[in-house]
Design a protein around this ligand. Structure first.
Ligand code: NAP
Length: 269
């Protein structure tokens, strides 16, 4: 657990709109892709960011980059499947910054591309453990500290277009991302009256490193996805991060229990 403590968060907010000014934000899956983009977007929008994932080196480098730009950033390594580690990450945030205002539960994992009846139990267990238990683990401690601190907090969980519809040869991933929406709605219903909002984003195909690798190994896949998407392209990680930033901001003050597709229209057709 490291990260310098600085109070001057002006430089990194250049170009932002102060959407998250003064907010203490925890971001899971911050070592790459959408989570790393969220760290940059949230910092630019004025948040103090705590970055978590397993690859500590990447977190350390990203936190240092943000601090160089004048933001306040720290990191804490945690595996989302281990409750003691997720609890430690939330506790670290509160110990260091006094409270938790907003959380982006974004860590996730997919593998398989195998017909359902041939899929290994191991694959199912791994995906459910990271995508569902991972959100479950963080959600409980985040809500607990928001209630304790009297914070009118906001939480965004990362689902997927696979949480809204089914695509073939991805049954555990589809089930896990539907479950993330279920957890989002259940938590939103339970804590709305306490002032805590809980929403989800449902990204379409987004050009993170894993997806770029997948495209490289599967020629024609990218073009096929473009053809199936009204806006005929894939998303940049920043486009998902921007939606999460808005949902976490006070501008979305009457939005809870919602799942926002960020998919170029993929799920509307
Ligand atoms: N890219 C897409 O097309 C797409 C589409 C729909 C939804 N999504 C969802 O968007 C989220 C981010 O994905 P991405 O595209 O940005 O992929 P990514 O670059 O692979 O990022 C996944 C992040 O999750 C973290 N993570 C995975 N397993 C973890 C574990 N056990 N404990 C802690 N952290 C863990 C990884 O960090 P470490 O490896 O360092 O732990 C990494 O930071 C995921 O929930 C994914 O399902 C992505």
């Amino acid at each position: 657990m490291t990260g310098d403590h600085r109070t001057d968060a002006t430089a990194a907010t250049d170009g932002g709109h102060g959407l998250l000014r003064g907010k203490i934000a925890l971001i899971t899956g911050a070592s790459s892709g959408i989570g790393a983009a969220a760290a940059r977007v949230f910092a630019r929008e004025g948040a103090t960011v705590v970055l978590t994932a397993r690859r500590e080196e990447r977190l350390r480098d990203l936190a240092a980059e943000l601090r160089e730009q004048g933001a306040e950033a720290a990191h804490v390594a945690a595996d989302v499947t281990r409750r003691e580690e997720t609890s430690r990450a939330v506790a670290f945030t509160v110990e260091r910054y006094g409270r938790l205002d907003v959380a982006f539960n974004n860590a996730g994992y997919g593998e398989g591309r195998t017909p359902l009846h041939l899929m290994d139990d191991d694959v199912y267990d791994r995906i459910m453990d990271i995508n569902v238990r991972g959100v479950w683990n963080f959600l409980r401690d985040e809500i607990a500290v928001m209630l304790d601190g009297g914070t009118k907090g906001a939480i965004v969980n990362t689902s997927s277009v696979g949480g809204l519809l089914a695509t073939p040869v991805a049954a555990p991933y589809v089930a896990s991302k539907h479950a993330v929406i279920g957890l989002t709605k259940a938590a939103a219903a339970e804590y709305a009256a306490s002032g805590i909002r809980v929403n989800a984003v449902a990204p379409g195909t987004t050009r993170s490193e894993v997806v770029e690798d997948w495209f490289a190994k599967n020629p024609g896949m990218e073009e096929a996805l473009h053809a199936a998407t009204p806006q005929p392209r894939t998303a940049a990680p920043e486009e998902i991060a921007e939606a999460a930033a808005w949902l976490l901001s006070d501008r979305a003050s009457f939005v809870t229990g919602a799942t926002m597709p960020v998919d170029g229209g993929f799920t509307m057709v």
